[in-house]
Write a protein that binds this ligand. Structure first.
Ligand SMILES: Nc1ncnc2c1ncn2[C@@H]1O[C@H](COP(=O)(O)OP(=O)(O)OP(=O)(O)O)[C@@H](O)[C@H]1O
Ligand SMILES: O=C(O)c1ccc[n+]([C@@H]2O[C@H](COP(=O)([O-])O)[C@@H](O)[C@H]2O)c1
Length: 262
């Protein structure tokens, strides 16, 4: 996907609360550039604590894959950081994670956006509901995407973008609700990026019934960056932000371990 000429976000994702929330659409391609393709919006859900180069790379890989191997045209890409209610060990607070994602998206990409909706919810939101939120905002509130010839409006296909480890958890009984899996993989679909350490066939093992809706993106060069290892930070802005707010220091981790319930 090429640059969407729209200007900066009218309202920063990191400044949004439940009271002033507005769905970020400043970089969403509102009219298709290519005829005869289905508009596609990619949504990556995760902790992003912190966001790494590989999280952004997933989107570029998916965009290339969609262009070359499918009939989709990517019209938007969103990062949706999980809320504080997720209570995973070592997570920085949601507002920091949203801000880091925002800095990274602005610095390194011309088309990615951060939707803080999930992050600002007081309760944990299952991924199926997060995808429903995108469906509602884009296809109901915004009325879908205008076709290339300007003649019709088409609903965008919303798809989950995730690494192989995440789809692996979907194959593991008990982690995801059955009805949510059917909804996510049956109605939306997923683009899955290979990740070293996860056997993709094993990860897809119990998901055969939805295989037509699961696109597997192979990585030419395996790169095992993970947020936990925090090996590779993004551009200076994100590193400075981490320093400035003293994130991921021992005391910060101890603080979040104290809060952690699992
Ligand atoms: N190196 C990678 N290769 C492929 N997918 C990745 C990679 N790093 C992250 N992802 C994917 O990005 C999404 C968001 O990642 P998330 O921040 O939740 O976890 P993570 O980067 O694995 O961090 P952690 O180490 O804290 O689990 C997930 O779908 C994850 O599978
Ligand atoms: O919706 C579910 O049932 C569900 C079950 C397990 C994980 N998820 C989502 O998957 C993501 C996992 O992130 P992480 O950092 O734990 O790898 C995060 O966005 C969770 O909300 C979602």
């Amino acid at each position: 996907m090429t640059d969407n000429a729209a200007g900066p976000a009218p309202q920063a994702a990191s400044a949004m609360t439940l009271d002033n929330y507005r769905f970020p659409a400043h970089r969403l391609l509102r009219q298709q550039r290519t005829p005869d393709r289905t508009p596609l919006v990619l949504v990556a859900c995760g902790s992003f604590s912190p966001i790494t180069y590989l999280h952004l790379r997933m989107f570029e890989m998916a965009n290339d894959y969609a262009r070359i191997n499918t009939q989709y045209e990517v019209v938007g890409g969103y990062l949706s950081p999980v809320s504080d209610a997720y209570k995973k060990a070592g997570l920085a607070e949601a507002h920091h994670r949203v801000r880091m994602c925002e800095l990274a998206a602005e610095e390194t990409s011309s088309w990615l956006m951060v939707d803080p909706w999930e992050a600002i919810q007081p309760e944990y939101t299952p991924t199926a509901k997060v995808l429903d939120h995108f469906e509602y905002e884009i296809n109901h509130n915004l009325g879908g995407i205008l076709s290339e010839d300007g003649e019709t409006r088409k609903p965008a296909r919303i798809m989950l973008l995730a690494g192989a480890d995440l789809i692996g958890t979907m194959s593991t009984p008990g982690v995801w609700a059955e009805k949510d899996l059917a909804h996510i993989l049956g109605n939306y679909g997923a683009m899955i990026v290979e990740r070293s350490g996860t056997d993709i066939d094993e990860a897809l093992g119990n998901l055969k019934q939805w295989e037509d809706n699961i696109h597997v993106l192979t990585q030419m060069i395996q790169n095992n960056v993970s947020s936990t290892k925090i090996r590779l930070f993004l551009k200076r802005d994100v590193i400075q932000y981490i320093d400035q707010h003293k994130l991921y220091t021992d005391s910060d981790e101890a603080k979040s371990k104290g809060k952690e319930k699992q």
